[in-house]
Design a protein around this ligand. Structure first.
Ligand SMILES: CC(=O)c1c[nH]c2ccccc12
Length: 116
């Protein structure tokens, strides 16, 4: 029902995910790593994660809090830091997203406290 979609908690989660998506301007993290194009990916990464998967989980009510959302964000960033070696653009993009996304999440945690 619409009223369940528009609870303050879901609205905050959606807004937080939208802000994280905006920080990924190059859309490196917007879709799952393509396993057909990157056949060895699962040799290094046991739990792939990306922003589209996070959005699907959010709409399936898989996240109870901004902390849950942060868990998948951190997984997504750490996967990228592990698979892509330090001198790559992807590795540097993950370091940057960790910084700017961390600020987004800290603000979201504070807002979650105020809505109770
Ligand atoms: C986020 C990430 O690691 C990647 C995003 N796109 C990619 C293409 C090839 C290998 C890795 C990636």
């Amino acid at each position: 029902a619409l009223e369940l979609k528009l609870t303050p908690a879901l609205i905050l989660l959606r807004s937080t995910l939208d802000q994280l998506q905006e920080k990924d301007a190059a859309q490196i993290f917007s879709q799952p790593v393509n396993l057909a194009e990157v056949p060895d990916y699962l040799e290094f990464i046991s739990k792939p994660m990306d922003l589209s998967s996070m959005r699907a989980k959010l709409e399936a009510h898989a996240y109870c809090s901004t902390t849950d959302l942060e868990g998948d964000f951190n997984l997504m960033v750490s996967n990228c830091l592990r698979y892509n070696s330090k001198e790559t653009a992807f590795h540097r993009a993950a370091l940057h997203l960790r910084e700017v996304g961390g600020a987004v999440l800290r603000h979201a945690h504070r807002q979650a406290q105020s809505i109770g």
